[in-house]
Write a protein of this length. Structure first.
Length: 146
């Protein structure tokens, strides 16, 4: 019974996690069309051909949250966590201009779970919550994220 419960819990996590991507092409968001362009050592994040952020990274890696199936945003990227040289950066495209929140903690993100008002991520040093611009290391708990 315990194994079945653990398998069900793992399956619920897998459903909520979104795969990492390195796409730099035009990506549709509620705020406009997003594109990443390499500029010397940096990447430039452009929304409708206007720069809204710049970050240092060797390669482009991001985790995307797609819009809900029943909403007008279906198939669009509503939030994105971008891996940079100085730590993850959260872009929230549900508002215009998009909200940009930097964690300023160097870490490699492995998995991301999107919650309504926060992002839970597994990094190189364990599990973290990123909420309202604050990165917090998570301790063991009975909280189940969906």
């Amino acid at each position: 019974m315990k194994r079945l419960l653990l398998a069900a819990l793992a399956a619920s996590f897998a459903i909520c996690a979104h795969a990492q991507s390195n796409a730099s092409d035009s990506l549709v968001t509620p705020s406009g069309t997003l594109q990443f362009v390499r500029d010397d050592h940096d990447f430039v994040a452009m929304l409708d051909k206007e720069i809204f952020d710049r970050f240092d990274a060797k390669t482009l890696t991001h985790f995307d949250e797609a819009g809900q199936q029943n909403s007008q945003e279906r198939g669009t990227i509503t939030r994105m966590l971008v891996q940079t040289a100085y730590g993850p950066v959260l872009y929230d495209f549900r508002r215009r201009p998009p909200l940009v929140q930097r964690s300023n903690v160097r870490m490699t993100v492995r998995r991301v779970y999107w919650q309504p008002d926060e992002v839970v991520m597994q990094g190189s040093e364990g599990w973290f919550r990123f909420k309202n611009g604050t990165l917090t290391k998570l301790q063991s708990s009975t909280t189940t994220y969906h």
